[in-house]
Write a protein that binds this ligand. Structure first.
Ligand code: PMV
Length: 320
């Protein structure tokens, strides 16, 4: 029996970092996906392969450890944690392919975790629904990272553009927001755990300054929600630019991120900001009618990806 699943990567539009302190956030599933296949192993060992990043490892499922055969470990901890929670230790082969570039900051770990869990549940004929899958995937991310908001795994499971409210209620936007974005990313990776800690530290040292900024970031996200509902792209762009400034205040921007943000604006983006944890990683630029110009401007120094938000969340099936 072969079980297959795929899940989309995500981009945070508003609310990174402030979401850690209970503020709202808006993120969307994008048209880049992780694909996972689970089948019986041809030998007596469990194997994980990711051919398009030339990675292979033997999984020691009981010990939650692995033996590296080739490539660089990265995503493997999410696979091990998922296997540990959803598999019974019989030898399996897991193959991952993905069109989410590594290091693009598009939350590939959540896409991989959601797809891996869905494929394992299908393989074992375990009943699940989107709510339980999003919850389990969040548990995996938390176990691996120490801290994780539920946003990435929610988006990778449900698809679409999602608003997470102050009281953790999830709303999916019904409005069509299928406008083109350009993601710019550097080869210098940010470390989400470290960035979250750095912001906490800054906040503890300067509570009177940083606390109101975090609240303002939350208010901004709520204005953005209204602008999205009205499909007011200019307003969304303006709020993205303000949000980038707030991210600067809390210290997560870098020279490379700001370079990409300003290159995008000069080339005609109506809004551009760091997306995700910062400290490296990626920016997102809203550029209806100017995608090629913006992509070209960012690509002079950095890497680009053209994306749009998609309603398609996790999908999975079994082949007997
Ligand atoms: O870097 P990413 O895409 O994993 O986003 C991190 C977003 C933070 O708000 C900084 C952390 C979180 O868990 O929400």
């Amino acid at each position: 029996m072969i079980a297959k699943a795929s899940a989309p990567a995500k981009a945070i539009l508003f609310g990174e970092h402030s979401v850690v302190y209970g503020e709202p956030a808006i993120a969307g599933a994008v048209n880049k996906r992780a694909y996972v296949t689970v089948k019986e192993s041809e030998c007596d060992k469990s194997i994980f392969k990711a051919p398009n990043i030339n990675f292979e490892a033997e999984l020691l499922t009981r010990e939650k450890k692995y033996i590296l055969r080739k490539g660089k470990p990265g995503i493997i901890r999410y696979i091990l944690e998922s296997v540990y929670r959803a598999h019974d230790h019989t030898p399996i082969e897991i193959t991952l392919t993905s069109n989410v570039p590594i290091g693009s900051g598009l939350g590939s770990s959540a896409a991989v975790t959601v797809a891996t869990l869905a494929a394992l549940y299908r393989y074992h004929n375990i009943r699940f629904n989107k709510k339980s899958l999003a919850h389990d995937a969040h548990m995996v991310e938390q176990a691996v990272q120490g801290v994780a908001s539920p946003l990435d795994t929610l988006v990778s499971t449900y698809g679409g553009l999602v608003y997470l409210s102050r009281n953790k209620k999830v709303e999916r936007f019904k409005v069509n927001f299928n406008v083109p974005f350009v993601v710019g990313y550097t080869t210098k990776h940010g470390n989400t755990g470290k960035m979250v800690k750095d912001v906490r530290h800054l906040k503890e040292k300067n509570p009177k300054i940083i606390n109101p900024v975090i609240t303002a970031m939350g208010n901004l996200t709520n204005y953005a929600k209204q602008a999205i509902l009205k499909r007011d792209f200019n307003k969304v762009g303006e709020l993205m630019n303000i949000n980038h400034g707030f991210l600067d205040v809390i210290g997560v921007n870098t020279l490379e991120l700001s370079r990409m943000v300003y290159n995008a604006r000069e080339a005609g983006a109506i809004g551009s900001k760091t997306t995700g944890a910062g400290g490296g990683g990626s920016i997102i630029a809203l550029c209806p009618g100017k995608v090629d110009e913006v992509a070209e401007a960012i690509a002079r120094d950095d890497n680009i990806l053209k994306i749009h938000f998609t309603r398609k969340g996790v999908s999975s099936r079994v082949y007997k």
